[in-house]
Design a protein. Structure first.
Length: 256
């Protein structure tokens, strides 16, 4: 199915807001007129992808193993276009490993010194990784950290991908033609919200939510029809420490 260009998205948005002219709502951000429609549509696409997990990708990371744990063996940078990890599809040496929080690891593997102060023993344990955790928004950690036997082995993960920003008229949406209306409805809701029309903003917010549900139903149907794909029987659970809620996206500003 074809995808709309940014110009086509903008044309449909202007049809909804009944404002074909760029005099009030410019294409690009303006110091006097405010946020441009191109920016709103790009942010709408990002919100839609964040909420539906529509854009997915995979990454393979070669690990460094050593008997002595250090940051170079324990933590690894994530792809720069990552929105969130699909925690159901992270493997080490093709065996699934499971998510834990740093707080859970602290409870799982700690001890006390002579002054009764807790020591995070998990930070010093090397071996075969069985768990992963978020060190920072763009850094993943492994527990145990890979030891010398695991040097050069592969950590693989499936993640929700940040769609490329829409900036020029010929840029193509990352979303299929009919679902791209989600981006348009999101942008329309923001236009009316900024223009002091909460009733219209609420109406298009509801249309946006219906498009989100449509996308989720379509994804579920795809999984049922393709039981042997890598996405088969996956539960789309996302590590909330690296999940961007659509309402947290500020137009014109990246949130990660």
């Amino acid at each position: 199915m074809a995808k709309m260009t940014l110009d086509e998205l903008d044309d449909r948005l202007r049809g909804l807001i009944a404002e074909p002219s760029t005099d009030r709502f410019p294409l690009q951000d303006s110091a006097t007129l405010g946020i441009g429609t191109y920016t709103l549509l790009s942010d709408g696409q990002r919100a839609f992808c964040a909420e539906t997990g529509w854009t997915k990708s995979t990454a393979s990371i070669a690990v460094t193993g050593n008997a002595t744990v250090s940051d170079s063996t324990r933590i690894y940078s994530l792809p720069t276009d990552l929105l969130a990890i699909d925690t159901s599809d992270v493997t080490f040496k093709n065996v699934r490993i499971f998510p834990l929080t740093k707080k859970e690891l602290h409870i799982l593997d700690m001890e006390y010194d002579e002054t009764n102060t807790t020591i995070d023993k998990w930070l010093t344990v090397a071996g075969l990784p069985e768990y992963f955790y978020m060190e920072k928004e763009d850094v993943i950690g492994l527990y145990p950290a890979p030891d010398a036997d695991e040097n050069g082995e592969t950590l693989k993960l499936t993640y929700y991908e940040e769609p490329s920003a829409l900036t020029t008229s010929t840029d193509s949406s990352a979303i299929l033609w009919d679902l791209a209306w989600g981006s348009i409805y999101w942008a329309a809701a923001k236009v009316f919200e900024n223009d002091g029309n909460p009733q219209a903003a609420d109406r298009y917010e509801m249309k946006y939510e219906r498009m989100v549900q449509k996308a989720m139903r379509r994804k579920d149907r795809y999984l049922r029809r393709n039981p042997y794909t890598v996405m088969a029987n996956r539960q789309y659970t996302v590590n909330k420490s690296h999940w961007i809620e659509p309402q947290d996206i500020v137009p014109g500003r990246r949130t990660s």
